[in-house]
Ligand binder design. Sequence first.
Ligand SMILES: [Zn+2]
Length: 445
Amino acid sequence: MDIEIIAVGGYEEVGRNMTAVRCGKEIVIFDMGLRLDQITIHEDAEIESMTAPDLIRIKAIPDDTMLNSIGGTVVAIVCSHGHLDHIGAIPKLAGRYNAPIISTPYTTELIRQEIAGDQKCGVNNKLLALRAGQRYTLSQNLVLEFVRTQHSIIDSVIPVLHTPHGAIVYALDFKFDRTPVIGEPPDFARLHQIGKEGVLALIVESTNIERRGRGPSERIARDLVRDTITSYEDDKNALVVSTFSSHIARIKTIAECAHEIGRKPVLLGRSMEKYAVTAEQMKLVSFPETTSVFGNRRIVDRTLRRMMKAGKEKFLPIVTGHQGEPGSILTRMATGDTPYQLTKGDKVIFSANVIPSPLNSGQRYLVEARLGLSGVRIFEDLHVSGHAYREDHYELIHLLAPQHIVPAHGNLKMTAAYSQFAGELGYVPHSTVHLVRNGERLKIT
Ligand SMILES: [Zn+2]
């Protein structure tokens, strides 16, 4: 059986991840993601009402038309976790393939909502939930396994495709967090076992390869957030925190800190509502009982008005907008476009990094400048990354001892840095470590 790895998207950018693996006549697709900054650049882009060809043209979703020329049948679409750069293109692309979409229970629920929310969607693929630690037989030759990992969204896994020539490990995205805030640490024992059984190829994210050392645990972020929030027990001013709406562990931390200082946590924003309510309903997280969640814009504004009346010191709003996104709640707060007035001495906490792109930096600068004009105190970077650092990658390679490495999920600078790193570990360019671009095919057996 010949095996080929096909780089569809995410090999020249951060976002729109998609990789296909062909084993003989069978193809398994890993991820179908969106590239969000492309959507922001094309300001009039409304993803829900756009067609696949339009979105491919503006490079917002992977160009999967190349798969037409590859002989074989797609037997499964596998998603490693629920971030939009991994599942966001499903409503646009999955309908072309007569194959089930396989992901963990939380990811499956998010995919179900993505599909339901899309107007141009012709997707009725079967959705199949597979838990971390479980295996699923795809065909006579192929078995899929989900290995538990940690990342900045709950219920993330490293999918492993077992083939007659060895395992193909798809490590996008992961973090080797041994003291996570929600869930168990990654299943190191199983990864080691898979390494012993034989790994043909490792397809691996490269976003943080240039960061030295190990990625700090989410527990560190919890301490950073806790230190700041609980330092203001007697404070009568506003405390507003903005973080990633999909980062359930972080939101839990923030809500618990609010509760601890006697403030009611209030999650605001449509995406906050989506991720948090879904996680809570699935019993994957429990927030303090004083927590409330509002998504609809009209209700958000009504709630903000209510907080102003009752006293800002009684609440801790957790809001969207840490990247300064236009229309987000924090941006609207900063421009005075909500009933919630920020005044001198109020505090805004960013429990997020600025995603490094000129657009984000510019928008974030603007929000901070506007907050500054109102006399708001700003706290930033109360955050740790959800992606593996260089020494975590070293550990992964050590555990798996793969024959081939294919760096993915990064711009060319990142994938090239990963190749160089693998080179230092004895991997040989073009022979055992492969720098591939979108649209390229790589035969490994
Ligand atoms: Zn991710």
